[in-house]
Design a binder for this molecule. Structure first.
Ligand SMILES: [Fe+2]
Ligand SMILES: [Fe+2]
Length: 241
């Protein structure tokens, strides 16, 4: 089924330079997620989770290599001097652990968070596969990655059910609320940056010219020379002082 946002995804991936930039950015996020999962494997006391986290970490590292390889190939094929705009917020990709403090979270919270993150990535990558028909090598990269993300989404939910059968649903809801909160903070920060830029631009074009005009008028009102007031003499000029 085609997503409601298909035209938007098509727009985001249409430009080859932007496509390459997105892939390189995805590579960084995947590699970052892989490092966090190695850390998660170190801190968990559950041997089954340790093995799964390590496999997961290897998958994310492979995704990073796939995205980087394809991104670099696209950049090499670009005509020199081509330009494009950044539109990162429109192609989020996988968010990894999203600055989650792996050491501070227990296995349950980590699994719930990972499950939602992988689910979102699987959904995004399905949409990207659908709009990349004109670029089979990039589409194939997403297909390969999507296969793994679907496994990650499934195993994290199954393991959450195993380690916390009574609390699994609640854990997922808490993780969902935390994701919403982080998304809100990201949006608020982006809006603050945008509003700050608009205010500074308005100041530059509206307020600064008023001050410049006032300064010009004040300068015109001043008679030429250093000062119109003659210095008072303390006494006759009979001595040096
Ligand atoms: Fe991944
Ligand atoms: Fe993943």
């Amino acid at each position: 089924m085609r997503s409601l946002f298909s035209p938007l995804h098509w727009l985001v991936w249409r430009d080859r330079k932007r496509r390459a930039e997105n892939l390189l950015r995805f590579a960084e996020v995947e590699a970052d997620g892989g490092r966090d999962l190695v850390r998660a494997a170190e801190v968990t006391g559950d041997p089954v989770l340790r093995r799964l986290f390590l496999k997961h970490a290897l998958d994310e590292q492979r995704h990073a290599d796939l995205f980087r390889g394809r991104g670099e190939a696209l950049i090499r094929a670009l005509p020199s001097g081509s330009s494009g705009i950044q539109a990162n917020w429109m192609a989020p990709g996988e968010r990894g652990l999203d600055d989650l403090q792996v050491e501070a979270e227990g296995d349950e919270a980590l699994l719930a968070f990972l499950h939602l993150s992988e689910k979102a990535a699987a959904k995004d990558f399905t949409n990207y596969v659908a709009v990349l028909g004109d670029d089979p090598p990039t589409r194939d990269v997403f297909k390969k990655v999507l296969h793994d993300e679907t496994f990650h989404m499934t195993y994290t939910r199954a393991q959450l059910q195993r380690v916390a059968p009574q609390r699994a649903g609640r854990r997922v809801w808490v993780a969902r609320l935390r994701r919403f909160w982080k998304a809100y903070l990201r949006l608020a920060a982006a809006l603050a940056g945008l509003v700050g830029g608009v205010v500074l631009t308005l100041q530059y074009f509206l307020i600064l010219p008023v001050f410049a005009l006032a300064a010009r008028r004040a300068a015109k009102a001043e008679p030429p020379g250093f000062s119109s007031v003659a210095p008072e003499r303390n006494g006759p000029l009979t001595g040096q002082y």
